[in-house]
Ligand binder design. Structure first.
Ligand SMILES: [Zn+2]
Length: 83
């Protein structure tokens, strides 16, 4: 599913959820949101190309940031994925 990015039209009325731009996974066939799902403030879809899922590199970065190593060597060329 593509990720769509939304931003509040009037940030002075925004709740904590929509005060910054936020991303939402939506089906292509779903209607685009016009209101924040939390406070009902008007939102606009940012003009960015829809991305398909999370990029692998960003997942790697998150894993690193969380202090995980993606691969742990078990010996003899065996690796285990660690998340
Ligand atoms: Zn809101």
């Amino acid at each position: 599913m593509p990720i769509y990015e939304y931003e509040a039209k009037d940030k002075r009325k925004s709740c904590a959820y929509c005060v910054n731009s936020f991303e939402l996974l939506q089906n292509i066939s779903d209607d685009r949101l016009k209101q924040c799902p939390h406070c009902g403030n008007q939102i606009i879809k940012l003009i960015s190309a829809p991305r398909l899922g999370l990029s692998v590199s960003s997942l790697d970065d998150r894993a690193k940031a969380a202090g995980f190593q993606k691969l742990k060597r078990l010996g003899k060329g065996e690796y285990e994925k660690q998340y």
